[in-house]
Write a protein that binds this ligand. Structure first.
Ligand code: ADP
Ligand code: MG
Length: 701
């Protein structure tokens, strides 16, 4: 094989062949030689640092021990079955334990040989041992490739190991691949960027990531490859945005008229916060360019996003267009409708509500008025995107609590006009900056990072079950002052029997402590008919009931300013962003508000961190950062299946600095050379031609 290249199928590589090629495809999704070279080690063994058995203790994150395998014994029955090895060095001996892959390990581990064992030490009955350590035969005679002090470790699978593709086997393949094609690999980054950002060349980076000679080399390689990965993601995102802006003409809102001015001068009951003003300005500039606006507004609960949305819709009306606002739940749509109608008064423009429970007759009227253009603002749920709903001239769309809507649903709203309406997506789930830059790299982002003046910060405390009587007493005091209280139970899955039992038991408990006729309790959960839910909600909103027992259906957006206490039961079972959302239901009025996190006595480390974070801060962005660190980007809502976060080497949690550097580099390039016409950017043009700017967004919402 003379002409191997990065795109050559992996089967053509010396030492691979069709069978191994198949497992590499199946197990690791490696199809070409280039794919293989981008399969980077997940860690390195520092050959210079070993721990002695005597000094190994359970608090260590990992221990690397050079020792001898003294014995190997299978113990236990069925589920308790395990393989136990005695491992010894000159300071003592310890146990290594495996619960899985026992037959394979029994065959491959050689009693009497020296091994390097690596893993997380744990303590059991006062003895320190390592469960499922990585084992590597230590062979003094064998010269390591290039005599590396940093030995790469590749993750492998049992299947791969059956084909001799353990970390050593993969390393050998990497060597063959590098020998075959390294010299032919093109540098994808422009020279001037390498210089400016002090990055090593591509060939050197690939060589060093697989066969680092020194720690310094390795770090340089890692930095270079991370930069490249993040840079190209940003290049595609921003190119995408640039193309969209060129492609989609937008309505030009070039005047501020009666509706806006009347509202602003005569109806707005409070001065706007600085952040609200700034975001309004951004929206006004953006809707007056002739291109379509796609903007995400992030703002903590209670930061006042609704007014910004309303004023934007009035701007649309002043320019001769209709507007609509879509909310994820019926309750929210109703609240928006009630709130916006009250703010507007009768005479500024026409507003109607369309949801699943709108009567057929009312629906028909709405459809007709929309098509005639006599209805200015339509507020509703998913019912808005039904094909039957046709606007005369829709110019502005607001989507509240964006993460509940898919891109496909957003796109449906676009198609309601030949020129797509401006889109304003509002979210109360602050997303860490790094994640936002990647997930929404092609949206413009506005941030409302200031709460209206005069709000008292919510006091948050954490109580254990055995302090419940104090909590009841506190509730009684607050209710006596005329306040209202939420008590939220986790119904993670509404179908789960246990959860329903908790809810019922909790409700009975409350009914006993807070009996009729002095106290009245509302209850709302997802299994109830919408009509009953609304009825119960309304009773609480009107102040007819003092306690609202609910599941997380009240999580999003519900606004009852007189409710000043939020009690979250089994709070350790909620995610951070959910806890933050729930807490945001109180603190909306002038009174001091409280959030009480109830939990059992046993808390996992992560559960404890979550509750401590909640008690420490109410800054949604800070909470989101902690969430990202606890769970990693893959679990943040809406990102799960988006390929964009599956990176080969970069990590959105730990590589924020490189991400900013890479994104700024791209922004600068587009500023200086929007068409990428300059010769020095030729490699970027080549990259885009090959990969295209389009990233599949259908999984992201
Ligand atoms: P969210 O951003 O959570 O959607 P809302 O728009 O529902 O917040 O606003 C929360 C409450 O704050 C509402 O009662 C609203 O009328 C009030 N509000 C909004 N902006 C201001 C402001 N600038 N000054 C005082 N109160 C405000
Ligand atoms: Mg809201």
């Amino acid at each position: 094989m003379a002409d191997l290249s990065a795109i050559t199928p992996i089967a053509y590589l010396k030492g691979v062949g069709p069978q191994k090629a198949d497992v590499l495809k199946l197990e690791l999704q490696l199809f070409s030689i280039g794919d293989l070279l981008q399969y980077y080690p997940f860690r390195y063994i520092d050959r210079t640092k070993f721990h002695k058995i005597k000094e190994v203790h359970a608090d260590m994150v990992g221990a690397q021990i050079l020792g001898r395998l003294i014995s190997l014994q299978e113990l236990g029955e069925k589920r308790g079955k395990r393989l136990v090895a005695q491992f010894r060095d000159d300071t003592g001996s310890m146990e290594l334990v495996w619960f899985q892959s026992i037959p394979w390990l029994k065959k491959s581990l050689k009693v009497g040989s020296a091994y390097i064992a690596y893993g997380k030490p744990t303590a059991f009955n006062g003895q320190v041992s390592i469960t499922h350590p990585e084992m590597e035969l230590f062979d003094n005679k064998e010269k390591k490739i290039g005599n590396l002090t940093m030995q790469p470790v590749y993750s492998s699978t049992e299947k791969l190991k059956k084909f001799n593709l353990d970390t050593k086997g993969i390393q050998k393949l990497q060597q063959t691949a590098l020998e075959a094609i390294l010299r032919s690999l093109q540098e994808p980054l422009p020279e001037y960027l390498l210089e400016k950002h002090k990055l090593i060349g591509y060939q050197q980076a690939l060589l060093s990531i697989h066969f680092p000679q020194t720690v310094h080399d390795l770090n340089a390689a890692i930095r270079r490859l991370k930069f490249e990965e993040l840079f190209f993601i940003q290049l595609r995102l921003l190119r995408n945005k640039q193309l969209n802006t060129q492609k989609y003409r937008g309505h030009r809102f070039d005047q501020v008229g009666n509706s806006f001015n009347t509202f602003f001068n005569e109806r707005l009951p409070f001065p706007l916060t600085g952040a609200q003003k700034r975001v309004m300005k951004e929206i006004r500039l953006d809707t007056n360019t002739g291109a379509q606006m796609n903007r995400l507004v992030q703002g903590d609960v209670g930061s006042g996003k609704t007014v910004v949305a309303l004023m934007s819709m009035l701007l649309a009306i002043d320019n001769g267009y209709q507007a609509c606002m879509m909310a994820p739940t019926e309750i929210l749509a109703q609240q928006h409708f009630a709130g916006i109608s009250a703010l507007l008064g009768e005479d500024i423009c026409t507003v109607k509500l369309l949801t699943g429970s709108t009567s057929t007759k009312e629906r028909r009227i709405i459809h007709q008025q929309l098509e005639e253009g006599t209805l200015d603002i339509l507020i509703g749920t998913h019912a808005l995107i039904e094909d039957k709903v046709k606007f005369k001239n829709i110019g502005f769309v607001v989507i509240d609590e964006q993460h509940r809507f898919g891109v496909e649903q957003r796109a449906k709203l676009w198609r309601k006009n030949s020129i797509p309406p401006h889109m304003l997506v509002m979210t109360a789930t602050p997303i860490p900056r790094t994640l936002a830059m990647t997930m929404y790299g092609d949206l413009d982002i506005s941030v409302i990072d200031e709460l209206p003046a005069g709000r008292k910060p919510i006091k948050t405390v954490h109580f254990f079950e055995n302090q419940r009587l104090r909590v009841f007493g506190f509730m009684r005091d607050e209710i006596a002052k005329g306040r209202q209280v939420y008590v939220v139970f986790p119904l993670i899955k509404e179908s789960e029997k246990m959860d329903l039992l908790y809810l019922e038991a909790g409700l009975e408990n409350l009914q006993r402590e807070f009996p009729l006729p002095n106290f009245k309790i509302s209850i709302v959960h997802g299994k109830m008919p919408v009509k009953d839910k609304d009825f119960e909600m309304q009773r609480f909103v009107k102040g007819e009931t003092q306690i609202m027992v609910a599941t997380t259906v009240i999580e999003v957006g519900v606004n009852v300013p007189n409710a000043s206490v939020m009690i979250i039961e089994n709070s350790e079972r909620f995610g951070l962003s959910q806890l933050h959302q729930l807490r945001g239901r109180v603190g909306r009025g002038a009174e001091q508000s409280f959030c009480i996190l109830m939990s059992g006595n046993k808390l996992s480390k992560e559960g404890r961190t979550r509750l401590e974070t909640m008690v420490r801060t109410s800054d949604g962005f800070e909470i989101a950062e902690v969430d990202l660190q606890l769970r990693g980007p893959g679990d943040i809502s809406g990102t799960q299946q988006s390929g964009i976060l599956e990176m080969k080497i970069a990590n959105l949690t730990s590589d924020q600095a490189i991400l900013s550097e890479a994104r700024n580099a791209v922004i600068e390039i587009f500023k200086e050379d929007p068409g990428l016409a300059q010769q020095k950017n030729g490699r970027l043009v080549a990259y885009l031609a090959q990969r295209g700017p389009n990233i599949s967004w259908d999984k992201i919402s």
